[in-house]
Design a protein around this ligand. Structure first.
Ligand code: SAH
Length: 402
């Protein structure tokens, strides 16, 4: 368990609500998260290891977002007060990357000096909506995404030039067009204004390309801790067919590639799949392929075609998986499933489905990737019960009692 106490003070804590810094020490927070995960998966899991905290729990977020608005006549960047469209200006943040916060402040200043029209969520009028900054922690590459309500961008070349002069550390600038009246930050269309339109980061020795819309873990240091646990849990021998379901830009599957016979990554977001394929090429990985598909549909199809998988890694969004996905997984008869989850509640529900299908949750590791927030990551090793050991379990009171 980590030993850092949250002694830093946040100026915006009372109003912002994005994190709960200052409410308790980091040690207490880790203990609370540990208890929280156990309360949801304890009855299914044989062994749950103590939470692995962060060594330095500040300024870890490599992706920083700010909404644009006006306070009196001044353009400000910040966050909405919960449940409202009232903007709270935030000039610095204890969990966000420091360079990213500084760039956001400069963009707000430039929008003011270039007299660009700030978007108003209530009326749906105006141009400049959000700023997103992504940084490759290892490479130091920085992407700035300027989200606009239409394709226009008056004085854009000059704007880009001034922004680059003020922040030479920026490696690419993208305009993202979001025409919808929605709380989603990004639209589907991107225009590259400077650089390559993506950044790269390095995880466990592999280089990954990240586009504006692709999912990428926000805490690179702890992601590597988590992925090492996934690799440990899967215990590959070099002879396995591995499926990386909900694979994003392919990071987990690629980190397992060296020890697998073959890896198949399945992901719904086509841009992420494009990035994943490019990532495999850049890293000269020949035994991995990616498919743009719904994971459940693709795996069901695989099993109908008589295919099998030895190990299935799954890392679904917060809403968790589905019973149909669990059935599709089981139909491929994997020796083990490694479930990576960012939500202990849906994880508990999904473990119950796996237990009903004859899998047992052997071991779990909890990794804190999001200090001072209510989020935590868990990795669970599920193994197929065999022979005498196989009991079609009844779920009350705990499905794992052998
Ligand atoms: N494993 C990756 C990404 C996990 S985030 C990593 O560690 O970085 C979850 C991913 O699941 C997102 O990229 C999302 O686009 C994808 N996703 C959501 N629903 C899906 C579905 N039904 N089938 C396949 N992928 C899906």
């Amino acid at each position: 368990m980590g030993s850092v106490v949250s002694e830093e003070r946040c100026l915006y804590a009372a109003k912002c609500g994005a994190c709960h810094i200052g409410e308790m020490s980091y040690e207490q927070e880790l203990a609370e998260k540990n208890k929280w995960v156990i309360s949801h998966i304890g009855k299914y899991c044989h062994q749950i290891h103590d939470i692995i905290g962060m060594y330095y729990p500040y300024h870890y977020r490599n992706k920083v977002h700010a909404v644009l608005g006006k306070v009196k006549d001044t353009v400000v960047a910040g966050t909405y007060a919960e449940g409202t469209h009232t903007i709270i200006p935030v000039n610095s943040c204890l969990i966000e990357d420091v360079q990213a916060s500084a760039i956001i402040q400069t963009v707000a200043e430039l929008i003011q000096s270039f007299k660009l029209w700030v978007y108003n969520e209530d009326t749906g009028r105006g141009l400049m909506r959000h700023i997103l900054v992504r940084k490759g922690t290892a490479t130091k590459q920085i992407m700035v995404v300027l989200v606009t309500a239409s394709t226009e961008f008056p004085h854009k070349n000059h704007f880009v030039e001034v922004l680059r002069t003020r922040h030479p550390e920026i490696t690419t600038i993208v305009q993202n067009i979001n025409t919808k009246q929605t709380s989603m930050v990004l639209g589907d269309k991107n225009k590259i204004l400077y650089g390559q339109g993506y950044i790269e980061d390095v995880l466990l020795g592999l280089r990954f390309r990240i586009s504006s819309n692709s999912f990428y873990q926000v805490n690179s240091a702890q992601t590597q801790v988590l992925y090492k646990k996934v690799i440990q849990a899967a215990a590959l021998t070099g002879d396995e067919t591995v499926i990386d379901a909900y694979c994003g830009i392919g990071t987990i599957g690629m980190c397992m590639h060296a020890k697998a016979r073959r890896v198949i990554g399945i992901e719904l977001n086509e841009q992420a799949v494009k990035d994943a394929r490019e990532n495999a090429k850049q890293n000269h990985l020949k035994k991995i392929q990616f498919v743009a598909a719904d994971a459940t549909e693709y795996m069901t199809q695989m099993s109908q075609n008589g295919m099998r998988a030895d190990v299935i890694i799954m890392d679904p969004p917060r809403s968790g998986s589905t019973e149909a996905f669990v059935k599709a997984t089981v139909s491929l008869r994997p020796r083990c499933v490694v479930y990576v989850s960012c939500n202990p509640e849906t994880l508990g529900r999904d473990l119950e489905w796996f237990c009903r299908e004859g899998y047992i949750a052997e071991e779990a590791w909890i990794v804190d990737m999001f200090s001072f927030t209510q989020h935590v990551e868990t990795c669970v090793l599920l193994s197929q019960q065999r022979g005498d050991d196989y009991i079609k379990v009844s779920l009350e009171p705990g499905c794992n009692t052998r």
